[in-house]
Design a protein around this ligand. Structure first.
Ligand SMILES: *Cc1c(COP(=O)(O)O)cnc(C)c1O
Length: 464
């Protein structure tokens, strides 16, 4: 095999593509993709040859094949979420129950009744699919589904308070990861934000004096991802709603996570339910579909019928409408809530959040020996850890869990080797995502249910 050590010796892309092996790739992947990948490879190889690194024809062909494999992999792929954060926004939040997955597949595969009324044979209402169940489950008069809770808040503000003022306690002017900042949303909804009180203390008189003829509504934002501690005071929702109603203003609560059931019987801390928020006097409540609810990405608005109708008439609603696949999944998830006995078994979010510690520890004990075998340079142990709910829900409270803890005793101070190790896990056919802290790589096993697949996946682990 001739060695190529000057750029002049590199073959043309055409010549490479015409070699028998690459021609086979062309038959399999098509000329356009193969040529594109060959060009990418040449760009890199030319540089490395100039830098003094020789290559040969076989290596070039091999690089083209690798580039094809790299480019053909979907960039959105399944992973094992062993970060310990159950609702991890970067990893797709809630995982869906089987019934919802089946419903999504069914409507994705062919035509469906997304906007078709089978009884009349005429056009139907897309918004009906989730509304009846949402009303039944929350006791609300009406409900509307949009693409996410950020859209729900934007739509609510724009529909009810355009060119007017919205009162929010200064302690609730939150930012949620991913550039959702309440003041910015207000501006884009064409509302004027009126900050009430101080960061740590807001009282009823502050709201009373802030109300003017330009006020359109009072808003309560669930401060889900942080807590202000110490010398604090906030106005109870019941009181806020009373103030709003005394002035004929709607009272809106952005719950963020919004759950439809009391989590305390499951040994989870109290989180305001949608029903509680309505009971406390909210005229509209907004919440996410893929946080504690455990469904697909969606934003749900529930509350007074006349206000929901007003939202539906806003042209923005058309720009935020959910697709058929989301609606099918959401309906299936909501249906699970009608049977509380099956719920905890069938809804992954609740099942994972309430998973028995002993079960997670047993899993850890089974996996620790397997991992020790694969990683003989490392120390692998079972360690106590705390999982988090994530997505801003139940921020302070943490769930006891068990993890595989991996350290490199020889390189204790070298974060670099841990980074390389965690990269090797990310390069698996199904990437495994953990977290690095305290000079160790941690795999919290709370969210690992597919033990067999996980072990098989580990066979491909390449560690130096
Ligand atoms: C998460 C959250 C949002 C944004 O919801 P998305 O569904 O991510 O758009 C808005 N408000 C609060 C209080 C939240 O916790």
């Amino acid at each position: 095999m001739t060695i190529i050590d000057t750029p002049k010796q590199l073959p043309s892309v055409d010549r490479l593509v015409n070699t028998p092996f690459v021609q086979e790739l062309v038959r399999k992947y098509g000329l356009a993709l193969v040529t594109h990948c060959a060009q990418n490879v040449f760009m890199n190889v030319r540089q490395s040859v100039v830098a003094g690194k020789a290559t040969n024809m076989a290596a070039l062909v091999q690089s083209v094949l690798q580039e094809i494999e790299r480019i053909s992999l979907p960039s959105i792929r399944p992973v094992y979420n062993l970060t310990g954060t159950v609702l991890h926004t970067n990893l797709g939040r809630a995982t869906l129950p089987e019934s919802a997955i089946q419903a999504m597949v069914d409507v994705a595969r062919g035509a469906s009744t997304v906007e078709f009324n089978l009884e009349t044979g005429k056009r139907g209402d897309r918004h009906k699919h989730a509304e009846a169940l949402l009303c039944q489950l929350t006791g609300a008069e009406g409900a509307l589904v949009v693409n996410n809770n950020a859209a729900a808040v934007l739509l609510t503000l724009n529909s009810l308070a355009r060119r007017k003022e919205v009162l929010v306690s200064r302690g609730e002017l939150i930012e949620i990861g991913g550039a959702f900042r309440m003041p910015d949303i207000m501006a884009r909804a064409s509302c004027k934000l009126v900050e009430v009180g101080t960061t740590n203390r807001t009282n009823e008189a502050d709201f009373e004096t802030a109300i003017s003829p330009r006020t359109a509504l009072i808003m309560k934002v669930h401060t889900s991802n942080f807590e202000i501690k110490g010398f604090t005071k906030s106005v109870l929702e019941r009181e806020l709603s009373r103030i709003a109603h005394r002035h004929n203003l709607p009272f809106v609560t952005d719950l963020g996570s919004g759950t439809l059931i009391d989590l305390q019987p499951y040994n989870l801390p109290y989180e305001t339910t949608v029903m509680d928020a309505l009971e406390f006097g909210a005229d509209l409540v907004t919440f996410s579909g893929d946080k504690l609810l455990g469904g697909p990405q969606a934003g749900i608005i529930a509350g007074r019928r006349d206000l929901i109708e007003k939202l539906k008439r806003n042209p923005m609603t058309r720009a935020m409408r959910p697709d058929k696949v989301t609606l099918a999944a959401l309906q299936a998830v909501l249906r699970l809530y009608t049977d509380s006995k099956r719920l905890v078994e069938e809804l992954p979010t609740l099942r994972l959040l309430t998973r028995d510690l002993a079960e997670i520890e047993q899993l850890a004990n089974r996996l620790v020996t397997i991992l020790k075998d694969r990683l003989n340079q490392c120390e692998v142990s079972v360690a106590q850890t705390h999982s988090q709910v994530g997505s801003g829900a139940l921020p302070i409270n943490r769930l006891q869990s068990a993890a595989l803890k991996i350290t490199r005793p020889d390189l204790r101070r070298s974060g670099n080797s841990l980074n390389r190790l965690s990269k090797a896990f990310r390069e698996l056919p199904i990437p495994v995502i953990g977290r690095i802290s305290d000079d160790a790589l941690w795999f919290d096993l709370r969210c690992l249910e597919d033990e067999k697949g996980f072990v098989e996946n580990l066979h491909s682990l390449k560690v130096a």
